[in-house]
Design a protein. Structure first.
Length: 369
């Protein structure tokens, strides 16, 4: 049996503190699902014919460029760019999510759809690696393999199966999904405000609220950065510079129990996680949305949790559910506390997030791998 890690000696820098919010946060980020469901026009942007024309022109101008050489300046969008700036502000300072509708994916090849999506994304931030393989463009589709509950070796991460995906956040500031093809049934996206959940837990039980500001051990599940070990400590709630940032994945917390040197969860920790899950999944907090081909969902991970229903796919391979994913880092993101370094490796604004392994080489795959 390995020796139990020393939290302060092995992970926490001198002067490290875990700051708690003074109480409920409130504001536009503390929304409730039923209210948002009745106000869809506030978070849905439908592309106009003029917008699509700009996207087509930019895609043609840059079609010979490598993806990594296409930035905001190269993918110029004279009018749509202004709308994307407003969307970016809404992600950072508003509700934290938006749905863009109307990308004409039916008329594009897969590469053309990917280029248009990439170009839109570059107006919001720079692309970050989504796995230890260095994928800057992710393919969310069913590759037929499954993770077991404890993260034992598997060929695919959970987003590449048709299983239900529990509420969680990703290792980046923004996450985006472009729907190319939808499933035969199921697969709906659900999101919840982690700010609203934080505030409700504070009102219900301050002991459990405080427990979520203390570190839980998290499993890296084989995606270990250079110089790091298989797990790390991370609180769920982090309060810094007047902002609440949340990092959550119950699966990765639970699978850390496979390491015999780590302690089991206390009853208070279990109750805190259970209440967090209960509220995330509650119809009083959750907002559900069904994607149509051409929809793009963008989320701010620091304030939005997301999940996915399990789905039934089409028997024909060419019809199966297929989404493209981007992880993005905006140049004007919020300050993050030192307590998040183990997750992000660096908290430098404009250059943080993503997953890097020991031999990661950045690349943009145009087919699911």
């Amino acid at each position: 049996m390995s020796a139990a890690p020393d939290l302060e000696k092995d992970f926490l820098s001198p002067g490290f503190t875990l700051s708690k919010a003074p109480g409920p946060i409130g504001g536009p980020g503390a929304w409730l699902g039923p209210d948002m469901a009745s106000r869809r026009e506030e978070w849905t942007y439908t592309l106009s014919d003029s917008d699509i024309g700009e996207l087509d022109d930019a895609m043609r101008r840059t079609r010979e460029k490598a993806f990594v050489d296409i930035d905001k300046a190269a993918f110029e969008l004279p009018s749509l760019g202004s709308s994307l700036s407003e969307i970016k502000y809404e992600l950072l300072e508003g509700k934290g999510f938006v749905l863009i509708r109307g990308v004409p994916v039916e008329g594009y090849t897969l590469e053309e759809s990917a280029r248009v999506y990439w170009g839109i994304g570059m107006h919001l931030g720079t692309a970050r690696s989504q796995n230890a393989k260095g994928h800057l463009l992710g393919h969310v589709c069913n590759l037929g393999d499954h993770l077991d509950p404890f993260g034992n070796p598997a060929k695919a991460r959970i987003y590449q199966t048709r299983d239900r995906q529990l509420f969680h956040t990703d290792s980046t500031d923004f996450v985006g999904l472009l729907c190319l093809q939808k499933s035969k049934s199921g697969g709906e996206s659900s999101i919840s405000s982690s700010v609203a959940i934080h505030d409700e837990i504070y009102r219900r039980d301050k002991t459990l609220w405080k427990a979520l500001y203390a570190p839980f051990w998290r499993d890296r599940r084989g995606e270990v950065p250079p110089g790091k070990i298989d797990y790390y400590p991370m609180a769920v709630f982090h309060y810094h510079a007047g902002k609440l940032s949340t990092i959550y994945s119950r699966d990765y917390i639970e699978s850390c129990l496979r390491f015999s040197e780590l302690p089991s969860h206390t009853e208070t920790q279990k109750a805190a996680l259970d209440l967090f899950d209960e509220l995330s999944e509650s119809p009083d907090f959750r907002l559900d949305m069904a994607f149509e081909p051409g929809d793009i969902q963008f989320l701010h991970n620091h304030q939005i949790l997301h999940a996915r229903a399990g789905f039934e796919d089409w028997p024909e391979v060419e019809r199966r559910r297929h989404l493209l994913r981007l992880w993005l880092c905006p140049e004007n993101g919020r300050p993050l506390p030192d307590s998040m370094i183990e997750r992000y490796l660096t908290i430098e604004i404009g250059d943080r997030g993503g997953i890097i392994g020991g031999s990661t080489e950045l690349n943009v795959p145009l087919e699911p791998v």
